[in-house]
Write a protein that binds this ligand. Structure first.
Ligand SMILES: Nc1ncnc2c1ncn2[C@@H]1O[C@H](COP(=O)(O)OP(=O)(O)O)[C@@H](O)[C@H]1O
Ligand SMILES: [Mg+2]
Length: 290
């Protein structure tokens, strides 16, 4: 059965640290914005690299206060000041954060805005702290937001979002590099994304060197993870030596007409814009970056 796509383009980008998530998120954001789509890039990674990757200057980037540290806003919305006990106080579990993007979103350029969320605390035992309640409400708000394509750059593992993501995030990009380790993490992340209820889960194998596809094949044989059954599509992105010189302003690679990485990101953006329906594993498409 084909599952209907939630309205609008809402994509979660996840995967192990260092595999190229932030680079990919910022390049996708750039290409979508250049095509006239209103993009909101959301940084949920504790490292907060997305502002720099999007080309914000260092000084402006260092002034950003992530949403989870805006104590006044959190108190205004949830009724609880972060760090104080909620016992006995009125705690709004479903705060209305309708104004969150307008208040804390940063305009990067035309059609491209950034929201730095900060990270959900992974406290054991299901801690109900004010910051988490606010971030959760923000994710739910983003999931329902019309007129914006949302790209959410996350740390590895998004269990902490629970079902909030499935309410509107239709696609998940699991990024891995072409190593056993990263691909193993990717298979695990795919299972989590499915549990979360995201209908389309793609594998992005980044930094493929010439001849690298053979290694992917070997991984599948030895690891027993059938990538083509686990993912709705497999997208390969070539290694791009030019990124190093551009760092941290990596989106400038998208201006390079010769770059195979830029071309592959552009096709990935088209795939996201016109996703295959999540019918069955047999509908798996294999996208090559060549
Ligand atoms: N396709 C690629 N080819 C070469 N270097 C890459 C590629 N993709 C990302 N990188 C580099 O790898 C490093 C980590 O990328 P980053 O996007 O910050 O990873 P993550 O967000 O997953 O931690 C950066 O220096 C980036 O420029
Ligand atoms: Mg990152």
């Amino acid at each position: 059965m084909c599952q209907p796509q939630p309205e609008g383009l809402r994509v979660v980008i996840t995967g192990k640290g260092g595999v190229g998530k932030t680079t990919l998120t910022s390049c996708l954001a750039t290409v979508l914005a250049a095509n006239g789509i209103n993009v909101l890039a959301v940084d949920e990674d504790p490292q907060m690299n997305l502002p720099n990757a999007l080309g914000l200057d260092h000084e402006a980037a260092s002034r950003i206060v992530p949403l989870n540290l805006h104590a006044d806003y959190i108190e205004e919305k949830t009724g609880i000041r972060p760090g104080r006990s909620g016992w006995g106080a009125m705690f709004k579990l479903n705060p209305d954060v309708e104004d969150v993007v307008e208040r804390f979103g940063l305009k990067i350029r035309d059609n491209l805005n950034l929201l730095v969320m900060g990270t959900v605390k992974q406290a054991g035992g299901g801690c109900l702290c004010a910051e988490n309640v606010l971030l959760d409400a923000t994710i739910r708000h983003l999931a329902l937001r019309r007129n914006d394509a949302i790209l959410l750059d996350t740390q590895a593992g998004m269990e902490h979002f629970g079902r909030a993501l499935s309410k509107g995030f239709g696609q998940c990009l699991v990024v891995a590099d072409n190593t056993f380790n990263a691909l193993t993490v990717a298979c695990h992340s795919a299972a989590l994304a499915r549990q979360t209820g995201i209908p389309l889960v793609y594998l992005v194998v980044n930094r493929i060197a010439p001849g690298g596809s053979a290694k992917l094949e070997r991984f599948q044989k030895e690891n027993g993870c059938r990538l083509e059954e686990t993912f709705d599509a497999i997208v390969e992105l070539p290694a791009e030596p030019a990124l190093e010189a551009l760092d941290p302003d990596v989106t400038r690679i998208m201006e390079d007409r010769e770059s195979r990485y830029a071309a592959a990101v552009t096709s990935l953006a088209s795939l996201l814009n016109a996703p295959p329906c999540s019918c069955s594993a047999s509908a798996t498409t294999h996208h090559h970056a060549h």
